[in-house]
Design a protein around this ligand. Structure first.
Ligand code: SF4
Ligand code: SF4
Length: 106
């Protein structure tokens, strides 16, 4: 039996999992400015925005949000609805080069 996500070949089982094609842009959220209003959470079609639940995070007391960048599809809905313009759509190439996002996406 072949496990889900795997493919068979003449030499055995090869994992067929391919790297996700990255969107042209990604949503970058400024956690210092987020008010935790949840408007972005409600509109994200891939459910990749979450309230931070880490009490050690500086913005935890305010209930800020965070975006799971590897899941973001770059649809812009969160940036359009944020009442405080806290989310910016940034070209993926720029995000990949930014040291603060190193290792988070690819
Ligand atoms: S751009 Fe779209 S997919 Fe990405 S975090 Fe915002 S709503 Fe979610
Ligand atoms: S809509 Fe803007 S202010 Fe509200 S939780 Fe999302 S990023 Fe924060």
């Amino acid at each position: 039996m072949t496990p889900k996500g795997a493919a068979t070949s003449g030499t055995g089982i090869l994992m067929a999992e391919k790297k996700k094609k990255l969107p042209k842009q990604l949503a970058i959220l400024d956690e210092d400015l987020c008010t935790g209003c949840d408007a972005c959470v409600a509109v994200c079609p891939v459910d990749c925005i979450d309230k931070i639940s880490d009490p050690s995070h500086p913005g935890y007391a305010m209930g800020i949000c965070s975006i799971d960048l590897p899941v973001c599809i770059g649809c812009k809905l969160c940036a359009q609805i944020c009442p405080w313009d806290v989310i910016t759509m940034v070209p993926t190439n720029q995000v990949l080069l930014a040291p603060e996002f190193a290792g988070q996406i690819a």
